[in-house]
Design a protein around this ligand. Structure first.
Ligand code: SAH
Length: 242
């Protein structure tokens, strides 16, 4: 498994050291063990974890290198079992990473994982993104905000844009009809101060061909009223009528 991960990530310009490969090995073992008790990922995904979780997360590295070369503070919203935030941290260890996860049991796994992998400069915040974005130490403070599988694009953007500093980027992996998701997000982008600056292909050997990352630049401060209170972004998304 490790040899395969090493090869696949080389194609992304990421050369994993033997220590890093060992961290990925321990990540996989830990996830397999915890997944017996806590629903962190599907069995099917576990069987192909190198591609489905590790490579898929690391496919964002070239995007970060291009769009946020000097990034220091990164937040992963709705981190679940740590994707994509933790693999990114393993490759870019200088980053200060905040993992926001609403579910206590998943956050427990993240805290365990951070210890197991010996990671410094990682915070696990057990809170909804709507509430996290109201805390002054987090609001508009991040160079990069990521969120994988957090919800439809307009929802993910309402939950992420308030955390980005002005000039920072929100990076959301997507598949399928991305153009239509972006069109549906026009109102959210306008309201929260974001602008799509790229739809970058992140496809590589081992990932579906339609894998992209939507890169949104935060251009102006997000008004205080966003994000709306807990649950509202997903219940009543700010969707552009088409
Ligand atoms: N990013 C991970 C998990 C995706 S599932 C991955 O791609 O594998 C979405 C995760 O977001 C779940 O763990 C869920 O508990 C969390 N979540 C959903 N809404 C949230 C919110 N408003 N604030 C914080 N976490 C949230």
């Amino acid at each position: 498994m490790l040899e395969q991960l090493h090869q696949m990530t080389s194609a992304l310009g990421v050369e994993l050291s033997s220590d890093q490969l060992d961290q990925f090995r321990r990540y996989k073992l830990g996830l397999e063990a915890w997944n017996q008790r806590v629903n962190l990922t599907s069995q099917k995904a576990l069987e192909r974890i190198e591609q489905v979780h590790f490579l898929d997360s690391l496919s964002l590295i070239p995007v970060l290198r291009h769009w946020a070369p000097d990034a220091q503070r990164v937040v992963d919203v709705g981190a679940g079992a740590g994707f994509p935030g933790v693999p990114i941290k393993l490759v870019l260890p200088h980053l200060h990473l905040v993992l926001v996860e609403a579910t206590q049991k998943k956050a427990d796994f993240l805290v365990w994982l951070v210890g197991e992998l010996g990671l410094g400069e990682v915070e696990v915040v057990v809170r909804r993104a709507e509430d996290t974005a109201r805390l002054s130490q987090y609001r508009e403070s991040f160079d990069v905000v990521t969120a994988r599988a957090l919800g439809p694009l307009p929802v993910a953007l309402e939950l992420t844009l308030p955390l980005s500093r002005v000039g920072g980027v929100v990076v959301i992996p997507q598949r399928g009809d991305v153009a239509s998701e972006i069109r549906r997000s026009t109102l959210t982008l306008d309201e929260l101060g974001g602008k799509v600056v790229a739809v970058a292909s992140v496809s590589t050997d081992g990932l579906p061909q339609d894998s992209v990352a939507v890169v949104v630049k935060k251009e102006i401060l997000t008004p205080e009223r966003y994000p709306r209170r807990v649950g509202i972004p997903s219940k009543r998304p700010l969707i552009t009528a088409l």
